[in-house]
Design a protein around this ligand. Sequence first.
Ligand code: 5GP
Length: 204
Amino acid sequence: MFIVSGPSGAGKGTLVKAVADRVPDIWVSVSATTREPRPGEVDGQQYLFLSSAEFDRLIAEGGLLEWAEVHGNRYGTPSECVEKALAEGKAVVLEIDPQGAMQVKDRVPESVLVFISAPSFDELRRRIEGRGAETAEEVERRLRTAEVEMLFAGTYDFVVINDDVRRAADELESIIKRVTARDCGQDSECDEGHDSRDPEEVKD
Ligand code: 5GP
């Protein structure tokens, strides 16, 4: 299971989509959220858009692998589909915030954490403002959250700087392929087992 995090505007979604189009047997989880859909977003595609009561129910039923409040809305990963994809032998990608990432890492320690970062804070601001999807207040809120999220980067197994989409997508693809090959025993490092890897070797 690959957990991809990074601040709003870092380009996680673009990179994950690019890699999912290239690598076979990848399944990208669709999160549930209480946030309102943006123009063009379709229920069940970008997110499962739920009311607050529906989200509460999902939590109460134990239907979420993790959940967190981000930018004033709740987001969570439905467990059922993740378990199904893992059972089918797929590499599962969760695009979630660091709070959720830490919850999944606790529950599934062999998960691999990848942090996507923008080259600079100014660039992050430029990208979020350039999307034109948020109000000025919402842009500031996302930038404040980004400052906190960046503090988590050092706890991730890999950090990818999205300075150029094609290059960063290549890097993410290579991480996913290397880890998958190792865990499938197609790599000599596999002989040492997953837990014995030297963190210095795997950190990019
Ligand atoms: P947005 O509202 O821009 O689509 O997403 C805001 C943030 O919510 C994303 O940057 C992502 O980190 C986080 N997020 C999306 N889905 C999930 C989820 O299922 N769980 C958690 N913990 N965070 C999520």
